[in-house]
Design a protein around this ligand. Structure first.
Ligand code: ADP
Length: 474
């Protein structure tokens, strides 16, 4: 069985319950101590006011302090009745009067309480200082305020007024009982609710996991397609679907690339094999063999070019082609490319020309040369005899604009957007005879974009085409 503590929902709930328990404990403790101190203050202020009244009421009889028989209501700590002394003082209150030697003159406490003698504690009071005492009887503990009784500047005794703190104990005990029940019930409820909430919130993750498990590399067409709100999990599911989309496209492109490349290589290999078979079918003279070997050499060159291009694209895809950035003289680079293709242009009876201001850009010279070569090569091949190919360039704001213009066949508008795709050829039969595999422009696009530039084409069927390259100068 799976360890439940490895589930996020269980761990979340545990943390939630633990923090709630700590908070509740701190809160309960705070309430307990605040209530305790408020009740204690209340008790003491009641005792104090009663003591203040009593000490003023005390009369002197035979040189000794004594209480009048009847006490006014104030002495009963707010009680309205004006009954006799005994009724005023229930067994939770006590009044003690001492003479100046510390001998007990009056004790109103319940005899059953057996209040201990306070003679020793009362001595400092007779000496002039009031003090709080805690006195334990048999049943209750009393909070007692002892004050000196002064008449005409002389201390004639001491008065001790006390009240049992039983009520405080009872109130705090009730509170403790409430907390004792409420605490575990709250924690239990929090755990159940927390677990349910966590389960609900994390349910989409289970759905994502289940769907992801069903996906295989072969069938990347599946999507999660979860109808989730735009929250964290919704975004996760959508990001996952987008990633699948990209993976599917990349896989498809990869498959297409492999099949196109194999197809392109099969054509020259089939031609070579056919020529060899035909040639070997009967004896031939040296001239015939030379001719065939020449044709085979041509097909081999085509394959070498193709394999080099494929390799370049594969390495470009893998990010393995480092781009060396050096200052490149545009005019010089154009001139070199034109020189290389002059013979081909003469064969096609196509006029080559170039024009542009002095311009230097920072680029990889070899790759820039490849772009110029591919564009010029295409332009010459697709321009009928008597036509012309022209290269123009100018510097704009931080960029070079280079155009290769031809007066060739042009490209149909519906084909124009696809000519930069790999292995795309406008007229397959014609292009193959001319040696094109539909990779030249794909390579141009990769090179230009790798330099942070862009490439596009404008064309009119029958009038010619213009390929525009924009490259940043820096
Ligand atoms: P290829 O190596 O087969 O020429 P490219 O990628 O260079 O492949 O070009 C793709 C297609 O674009 C070609 O099949 C060709 O028909 C078309 N094309 C390229 N340049 C021109 C041009 N200057 N004029 C007319 N068509 C062109």
């Amino acid at each position: 069985m799976r360890n439940p503590f490895r589930l996020i929902r269980v761990r979340l709930t545990l943390w939630h319950v633990l923090s709630l328990a700590l908070l509740l404990a701190a809160f309960s403790g705070g309430v307990y101590f605040a209530l305790h101190s408020a009740l204690q203050d209340n008790l003491e202020s009641g005792i104090e006011s009663r003591s203040d009244v009593l000490v003023r009421l005390i009369q002197v009889e035979n040189g000794l302090p004594a209480l009048p028989l009847q006490l006014p209501p104030a002495a009963s700590n707010g009680d309205d009745s004006d009954d006799e002394l005994e009724e005023e003082l229930d067994d939770e209150q006590l009044i003690l009067i001492f003479d100046s030697s510390g001998a007990l003159l009056l004790d109103t406490s319940d005899p059953d309480e057996k209040i201990p003698s306070l003679s020793a504690e009362i001595q400092p009071v007779i000496a002039g200082s009031r003090r709080w005492l805690s006195v334990s009887g048999d049943d209750d503990t009393f909070r007692v305020l002892a004050v000196p009784i002064n008449r005409d500047g002389i201390t004639i005794g001491a008065l001790a007024v006390g009240e049992s703190d039983e009520d405080i104990g009872d109130t705090l005990e009730s509170l403790t009982n409430i907390i004792r029940v409420a605490f575990p019930v709250t924690i239990l409820l929090a755990a159940v609710v927390g677990l349910l909430l966590a389960h609900r919130a994390l349910a989409p993750i289970d759905r994502i996991t289940r769907t992801a498990r069903q996906l295989s590399a072969k069938d990347l067409s599946q999507r999660l397609d979860l109808d989730l709100p735009d929250d964290e999990l919704g975004r996760l599911a959508r990001t996952f679907d987008e990633m699948l989309e990209r993976l599917e496209t990349a896989f498809q492109r990869q498959r297409q690339f492999t099949s196109d490349a194999s197809h392109e290589l099969r054509t020259p290999l089939t031609i070579i094999k056919g020529q060899i078979e035909v040639t070997l079918s009967r004896p031939r003279d040296a001239v015939a063999y030379r001719e065939v070997l020449g044709a085979i050499g041509e097909q081999s060159d085509r394959m070498i070019d193709l394999v080099n291009s494929l390799l370049l694209l594969a390495r470009a895809d893998a990010g393995q082609i480092p781009i060396q950035r050096d200052p490149v003289d545009v005019a010089a680079a154009v001139e070199i490319a034109i020189d290389e293709l002059r013979l081909l242009a003469e064969e096609h009876d196509v006029r080559l020309s170039f024009d542009g201001q002095a311009a230097t850009i920072t680029a990889d010279l070899t790759l820039f040369h490849q772009v110029l070569f591919n564009l010029l090569h295409n332009a010459i091949r697709h321009t009928p005899a008597g036509g012309s190919v022209q290269v123009n360039w100018s510097l704009g704001r931080g960029s070079l604009r280079l155009e290769v213009h031809d007066t060739g066949l042009g490209i149909a508008p519906e084909q124009l957007p696809r000519i930069f795709d790999r292995f795309y050829r406008v007229d397959v039969a014609r292009a193959r005879n001319e040696g094109g595999a539909g990779i030249g422009l794909a390579i141009c696009r990769w090179i230009v974009e790798a330099h942070g530039g862009s490439i596009s084409a404008e064309s009119e069927v029958g009038a010619g085409s213009t390929f525009v390259v924009i490259l940043p100068t820096g």
